[in-house]
Ligand binder design. Structure first.
Ligand SMILES: [Zn+2]
Ligand SMILES: [Zn+2]
Length: 198
């Protein structure tokens, strides 16, 4: 079964795209998400209230989905969490699964936790039953996002135009474009993206 609608943003953030203005067809990405990695997954019922999004790609021996980008190996569930929240996984934190399916990359099945949370969670779900060694079931720390939301010349123009013409704020724009307020401010006061004149 596959309940992933055509309108779902391909980055796996959980957002829905709007139809293309001319063709009326669903767009692949929400505005501002075009530079993100499309997440490959299929929806499967795995006993959790909503279907899991099972990673379609390499699965590490630990059970987590992985992929390589720019010669860096990443954990798919950590990447998925980052794309949904629009920020890197905070240093030292783990991304845990409500559904207990490690290859699941569905944003609302993932939560930020400490290794203590993960251990507690594993115990609660009996993941460690049968003499399982927690040390070997600990999620990988790799997979920090190096490049998450990068602005493009197009989005920089949009941001400047919208700030000048609409009632919006740095904060709103930051959350819409998944960058920091500082990044928006630098775009607006032209300490960044100076070469974009129009
Ligand atoms: Zn998205
Ligand atoms: Zn899941």
């Amino acid at each position: 079964m596959n309940d992933i609608p055509d309108e779902a943003c391909r980055c796996g953030c959980g957002g829905m795209t709007t139809p293309h203005v001319r063709t009326g067809k669903p767009q692949r990405f929400i505005n501002g998400h075009q530079n993100r990695k499309p997440l490959a997954y299929r929806a499967e019922e795995r006993g959790y209230p909503s279907p899991c999004w099972i990673w379609v790609g390499s699965i590490a021996a630990t059970g987590y989905g992985t992929f390589t980008r720019d010669r860096v190996k990443h954990a798919a569930h950590r990447w998925a969490w980052s794309q949904h929240h629009g920020k890197p996984v905070p240093a030292g934190m783990l991304i845990c699964h409500h559904c207990d399916i490690r290859s699941c990359v569905r944003w609302d099945h993932l939560f930020l936790g400490t290794s203590a949370d993960n251990v507690h969670d594993a115990q609660r779900k009996y993941r460690t039953r049968g003499g399982g060694v927690l040390g070997s079931s600990r999620p990988t720390q790799q997979g920090e996002l190096h490049v998450l939301a990068k602005l493009t010349a197009g989005s920089v123009r949009d941001i400047r135009r919208r700030y000048a013409t609409e009632s919006t704020s740095e904060r709103k724009l930051a959350s819409e474009y998944h960058v920091t307020r500082g990044a928006i401010r630098r775009v607006l006061n032209r300490t960044s993206w100076r070469h974009i004149k129009d």
